[in-house]
Design a protein around this ligand. Sequence first.
Ligand SMILES: *[C@@H]1O[C@H](CO)[C@@H](O)[C@H](O)[C@H]1NC(C)=O
Ligand SMILES: *[C@@H]1O[C@H](CO)[C@@H](O)[C@H](O)[C@H]1NC(C)=O
Ligand SMILES: *[C@@H]1O[C@H](CO)[C@@H](O)[C@H](O)[C@H]1NC(C)=O
Length: 360
Amino acid sequence: MAGSCSHWWHAPIYATISVILAVTAISTSYHPDTKAQIPHSVGSDSLNLHKLSLSLNASRALRREGFNFMATILLISPEEVLPSSESTIFAIQDHDISNVSLPPWLMKDLLHYHTSPSKLSLEDLSKKPQGRCIPTLLPGKNLAITKIDGQERKVEINHVLISHPDIFVEGPYSIHGIPGPFTSFDPREIEPDWDFIRSPICDSNGSLVADASEARNRVPWSRILRLLSSNGFISFAVGLHGVLDGILRDNVDLSSVTIFAPPDLAYVGSPSPLLETIVRLHILPQRYTYRELSLLPEKASLKTLLPDEDLQITSEVSFTGTVSINGIKITTPDFISSQEFMIHGISRALEKVKLSTISR
Ligand SMILES: *[C@@H]1O[C@H](CO)[C@@H](O)[C@H](O)[C@H]1NC(C)=O
Ligand SMILES: *[C@@H]1O[C@H](CO)[C@@H](O)[C@H](O)[C@H]1NC(C)=O
Ligand SMILES: *[C@@H]1O[C@H](CO)[C@@H](O)[C@H](O)[C@H]1NC(C)=O
């Protein structure tokens, strides 16, 4: 292992530094809810003392069970790690968390993904139906209950068994211990805009649609949305965001995509079947570089995420040097790309050719 950046990940020095940096990162960006679950009559000094005492107790309980990493974080910075409102924290066992090689800003995301904004004891969790999603402090990222065995008091979340239930259930907090993180990732992929948390896909009712492990959909959609918005394709990003649930539901297997991003998109007001149709028409379930597109013969068809609706190459590369799709020019080829996606800017939105099939 002789990567140029491998000096980042050397435990135990790394572990200690990452605790401190994680705390710093959290304290500079974390905005806890103001809804404190503490009697109103208590003055703010004693309120802080109460919280401090709670966090000391929580830290002690964690250390007793061998969760030294989380115990230390709680001790160094209780104000920042414990939200003031109700919460459930899933503490990751030392062996795994100390070996997690993440820079602090990602460590913060990881900790937030392991905190849910409501107090759930093991009993509360085991009363929920299997397949129920649980929100976390990371917007848009859920956990999902993947298995419950009421008699054995066994609950699995994201396929990870809660090995140390109810380590601490006091005041507004519940803390459970888990053997490893709820998400797996490859530290070698770290990059600034990295959306490394692969969470289960849930519908708007909080029911599991596709497991993170089942969802072989490897396309980093949140990153795509961010990149589209920050590069001026705002209406397309809004449209895509609005219909993403449906796309995910139908394309559990997607491993790569090509996106033709138009500067403007109509109908983005609210998610509708028409919007979904139009957005799907701009996405191919396969990654094509500009060069690969230009090598395709004229009139070649390209499968889209809209069943039965292919796009057609209508380019005259040899004459104009540009590839066109359904008569619309690719203006910024290979604009943004990664291993899983390729975004080409196009001059205007594509249209469905056979309008008669829009509403079936
Ligand atoms: C912390 O633990 C001590 C000793 O068990 C207890 O007296 C105290 O009330 C606890 N603090 C809180 C805030 O629960
Ligand atoms: C990290 O993982 C290695 C190999 O699995 C293990 O030997 C080592 O003890 C772990 N480090 C810590 C700090 O737990
Ligand atoms: C959510 O629940 C409502 C009412 O039970 C139901 O009509 C709707 O179809 C559900 N939505 C999804 C996405 O399952």
